[in-house]
Design a protein around this ligand. Sequence first.
Ligand code: FAD
Ligand code: SF4
Length: 475
Amino acid sequence: ERLANNFQFIDVGRHDPEKKDARLRARDFNEIYASFRPQDASSQAHRCLGCGNPYCEWKCPVHNYIPDWLRLVSEGNILKAAELSHQTNSLPEVCGRVCPQDRLCEGACTLNDGFGAVTIGSVEKYITETAFALGWRPDMSNVRWTSRRVAIVGAGPAGLACADVLVRNGVRPVVYDRHPEIGGLLTFGIPEFKLEKTVMTRRRAIFEDMGVHFHLNSEVGRDVSFTDLIEGYDAVFIGTGTYKSMTGGLPGEELPGVHKALDFLISNVKHRLGLGTDVEYLSMRDKRVVVLGGGDTAMDCTRTAIRQGAASVTCAYRRDEANMPGSRREVKNAREEGVEFSFNRQPIAIEAGADGQVTGVRVVQTRLGSPDAEGRRVAEVIPGSEMVMPADAVIVAFGFQPHDTPWLAEHGIDVDSRGRVVASVQENVGGPLAYQTTNDKVFAGGDMVRGSDLVVTAVHEGRVAASSILDYLKV
Ligand code: FAD
Ligand code: SF4
């Protein structure tokens, strides 16, 4: 009996939850993965070897107690698993869905040596989904409330994680966001087929029950002054992300029919959720669409365009497939849904017809040359390889940089040469606390400190910043 259990990873292979057929899923925006059935969650969790020094835990940015909650799931003890998973992660049902697990926890699993990693992300999602369905809610009965209040600017994963830790320690968080709903890029960036919007509306209700207060449709610097927050609260956390879209500097990038990735994704969400008419709906129906870029944002754009009924969708990327920065899983999903890939193509101009409308993207072919100073192989242009990829619409997904935020400098909050807020990632003896900015009363985390990155790293920084705020307030 013991032996059989210990060798479960041989007897039972890795199985991901069921994925909807590509033709069906390309017709709607629903999530493409089903949830585990209880018996599958339990047998998949049981494949964990319980390594003494678990690499998965180290590789997970929030250092989840992975082998411990896998064991609880294999024993059917879901409520205890939910308690444990919330000790380290403020949004486990989100991370379980959208983390690039192949690069993080699952990439570090010992079973990768020929057996297939444990399905850690899907089990993490299963734990919270099942616990919520059973009526489980975070236990706040032992919280001793203080009189302290902290303002949080930005209801993205960094701000929400900070609020979660503060409220569990009896400090009242008041969260300001310019959008009509919480979540930041979880709501107004990542599409529904990866993360259905009800996941965040449910979390909002849970946070509100825990004592987090939200001021939505409130832009700091316009509707509310940052000075008022500094003066009116005991401390402030800022997690306002990075919203300046990087451009390729291409001739024709300003033409009608050329869209920035986030404008396109936000217009789709607002259209689908009926959230305000402040942005025009950018429909790709019946259009030949070319998406420029090779990261996760590019993949989200291609798959959204497919679902809107585009005539064709092609992703043009300047390096080869092996060097794409995005998650392998998302590239595979995009390809299954009908996205074409054109690798080693560098755009040099966007072209228009006599009416000014986009007609195509002029590209040159590249090959990988010798490594640069950092060891990354440089893409070299192949002479005489110019061609035009026909297109009725072009979506530019070259990434994001920090946007200008004038009220930072006005309050002595330094940014570095790339516009990121300067905040020490760890506590320095006698120096600043972790994620404390150059204004002692202000803490910061997430994309605005590290540059655009991941949901789970934003969650981590929001949580660590909250611990620093507790130290600062001597709570
Ligand atoms: P954000 O999520 O950007 O939240 C910042 C919030 O601050 C926003 O709600 C904004 O409205 C608000 N705000 C800004 N300025 C003000 C102001 N002055 N006043 C009030 N509110 C303000 N990561 C993954 O891990 N997996 C993925 O699959 C993934 N897919 C992605 C897809 C897309 C299209 C994009 C763009 C990003 C994706 N990411 C993904 C990255 C991830 O979403 C971000 O790293 C993460 O959301 C950063 O969290 P944050 O809290 O720092 O900022
Ligand atoms: Fe893996 Fe992300 Fe969950 Fe950590 S938070 S265990 S990296 S899915």
